[in-house]
Design a protein around this ligand. Structure first.
Ligand SMILES: C[S@@+](CC[C@H](N)C(=O)[O-])C[C@H]1O[C@@H](n2cnc3c(N)ncnc32)[C@H](O)[C@@H]1O
Length: 249
């Protein structure tokens, strides 16, 4: 399994991951028989839950542009009734206008080339009245508690700087309205880690600190002391994910 897939599995298995994913599916108000897209489905994390909600007469289509993700999603769902996995890019979805009832994009818009055209493309394939659910982090909210606030801030800025659309979470309602949706709900989800191991796995405390040192953003000794205090705990490290449900007009 690739590092990227095991990262996604780890994130989905955290308490907050389980909770927001459950809420994101509830927000889609799925009914038996519906057609639902999971765009940027990754290794197929949520396809089974979506298939349960639309039942045997429904259809779940996971779309991703990465061949490794597609292979893993297909492997995991080879025997899941009603689930299909297709190669595709959110900027040019392989579906007719107004052909699906529901669509979701879970932590993928942060990575796309053109978020506005991506959301517009989701709007195109949804039937009027169809729902779009999306959950995206806002990396400018990343905060790590430590006596050395300057290093915590430098770490947070460095992490945000590595993400293509780092502030996408707060932008979701505006992107949706501009693409022809009415925004039904906007929920901030606080993501908080209180143990070093989970914070390190999800936020890459050690990995990103090493990178920041390599990039000359942090001094080696300062970074090592910062990490040492974090490892000793107590840890308070988190950020906000925005969960948005929008209705196609
Ligand atoms: C952080 S992962 C999230 C996967 C899954 N939604 C989850 O919650 O576990 C983002 C996924 O979006 C996919 N992705 C990124 N840009 C994409 C694009 N332009 N079109 C389709 N998929 C894309 C990536 O290949 C990756 O699998």
């Amino acid at each position: 399994m690739t590092d990227q897939i095991s990262y996604m599995d780890t994130a989905a298995a955290t308490d907050v991951g389980v909770d927001y994913k459950r809420r994101s599916v509830v927000g889609l108000d799925l009914h038996p028989g519906q057609i639902v897209l999971d765009v940027g489905c990754g290794p197929g994390t949520d396809l089974g839950r979506l298939a349960d909600a639309v039942g045997p007469g429904g259809s779940v289509i996971g779309v991703d542009r990465d061949p490794l993700m597609l292979a893993e999603a297909r492997r995991r769902h080879a025997a899941t009734a009603g689930v299909e996995v297709r190669a595709g890019d959110i900027h040019d979805l392989p579906f007719a206008d107004a052909s699906v009832d529901r669509a979701r994009a879970d932590r993928m818009l942060q990575h796309v080339r053109d978020p506005q055209s991506a959301v517009g493309e989701v709007r195109r394939v949804l039937r009027p009245g169809g729902l779009f659910g999306t959950a995206e982090p806002d990396w400018d909210t990343l905060a790590v508690a430590d006596d050395d606030v300057a290093t915590s801030r430098a770490f947070a800025r460095f992490v945000a700087g590595r993400v293509r659309n780092a502030t996408i979470g707060r932008e979701l309602p505006r992107l949706c309205v501009r693409a022809g949706f009415r925004v039904r709900s906007v929920e901030p989800i606080p993501v908080l880690f209180r143990d070093f191991g989970t914070a390190d796995r999800i936020l890459g405390l050690r990995r990103n600190t090493d990178r920041a040192v390599e990039a000359g953003v942090l001094l080696d000794a300062v970074a090592a002391a910062w990490l040492g205090r974090l490892a000793a705990g107590p840890v308070v490290a988190g950020f906000t994910v925005y969960l948005v449900v929008a209705v196609a007009q």
